[in-house]
Design a binder for this molecule. Structure first.
Ligand SMILES: NC(=O)c1ccc[n+]([C@@H]2O[C@H](COP(=O)([O-])OP(=O)(O)OC[C@H]3O[C@@H](n4cnc5c(N)ncnc54)[C@H](O)[C@@H]3O)[C@@H](O)[C@H]2O)c1
Length: 331
């Protein structure tokens, strides 16, 4: 049993805590929070709250931290956890720059702690099937990805919320939802080479913009077309096109309340078949993969070079949204 402390008990910290309630492999026993409301939530859930991160890092009963905090704080929190020999599950994005992502990975490796990241889309059952198909060559040569993760959950955020800060959430929807599409594209196509991104504020008061369109060009030669809109109802789809067919995963709901998926596969002859997947929590599957890695049962399935490639691409996307030009991804 791995005992963890959650840092940040906002939307996602509470989601993670609820997912792990009663789990016999990974459980949340402590929470770091500066808010009285969240501390009361923790106590009601049988979790001991503290405002002091160091107190948790000194606690020998804690083996891991789960970071559900604003993006700019991740590297500092990872560095302190690794130095205290606590394994780290960090919510996405790992960091906001490639340099910081490299530092986060290096410090975890130096202190021999596992680093995991909240890219639960990789753990969805139809996405795992798509990975199996792609690796087996069932789709032939991979040509292009089309991915969309849009939602309108943030329209009522109060002014002053960290998600409206350009330093915390550059390029509007990118760090909220676009990052999931970008990371998934990298998991199929490898590292990106160049990006061209447009972000505009068209349908909301969200200061950093609400509508993102991105073209990513990969070292393999393939492309990804990514759409992330924060002023339209939820949609989630990931389509992969190849020379021997295409396949598409459609999400029935946001991952905070899973409602299942549909996987449609089209073969080279144009014949389509669709398969419905029942609801399951990919976020929980990701957390349990982290626990497995900590306990030495299996390596954590998101390779560190892909963690780095995702943040390098994110950083180039931010530059492109600002410059209006094609930007190269730092290798
Ligand atoms: N994997 C997913 O699908 C998913 C979904 C939602 C959020 N997230 C990620 O989870 C993390 C937290 O997001 P959230 O939606 O829970 O945010 P939130 O605003 O609801 O909660 C953030 C928490 O961090 C605390 N906090 C600690 N340091 C802070 C600081 N310096 N400034 C402000 N708050 C601070 C806040 O008190 C709050 O409890 C982010 O990295 C976000 O991208 C991931």
């Amino acid at each position: 049993m791995l005992n963890a402390a959650v840092y940040g008990l906002g939307w996602w910290g509470k989601t993670v805590t609820a997912l792990l309630r009663g789990n016999d492999r990974l459980r949340v026993t402590r929470a770091v929070t500066q808010s009285a409301e969240s501390a009361a939530y923790a106590r009601a859930a049988g979790i001991a709250p503290t405002p002091d991160y160091d107190e948790v890092l000194r606690d020998p009963a804690i083996g891991a931290v789960i970071l559900c905090t604003p993006h700019s704080t991740h590297l500092g929190q990872i560095t302190r956890a690794a130095a205290a020999r606590k394994h780290v599950f960090c919510e996405k994005p790992l960091t906001l720059t490639r340099r910081d992502a490299a530092a986060a990975i290096a410090t975890c490796n130096e202190h021999r702690v596992v680093l995991a990241v909240g890219h639960e889309r990789r753990f969805e059952p139809p996405t795992l099937e798509l990975q199996r198909m792609a690796r087996a060559g069932a789709l032939g040569t991979l040509l292009q990805v089309e991915a969309n993760f849009s939602q309108n959950k943030f329209l009522a955020l109060p002014a002053g919320n960290w998600r409206l800060d350009a330093a915390e959430a550059p390029a509007g929807p990118l760090t909220a939802t676009g990052i999931h599409c970008l990371d998934l594209a990298i998991s199929f196509l490898g590292p990106a080479e160049r990006v061209m991104v447009s972000v505009r504020r068209l349908g909301s008061a969200l200061a950093n913009g609400d509508t993102l369109g991105a073209l990513m060009m990969f070292k393999s030669g393939a492309n990804a077309l990514i759409s992330a809109v924060l002023a339209t109802p939820f949609v989630g789809r990931f389509a992969l096109y190849g020379t021997r067919g295409w396949a598409e995963v459609q999400e029935n709901s946001h991952p905070d309340a899973p409602a299942g998926w549909t996987l449609t596969v089209c073969d080279a002859g144009g014949e389509r078949r669709s398969l419905a997947y029942p609801p399951s929590s990919a976020a929980l599957a990701n957390l349990l993969a982290f626990a497995d890695a900590v306990e030495g049962r299996a390596p954590y399935p998101v390779p560190q070079d892909e963690m780095l490639a995702t943040i390098a691409a994110l950083e180039a996307c931010v530059r492109s949204a600002e410059s209006g030009r094609v930007e190269f991804v730092e290798a």
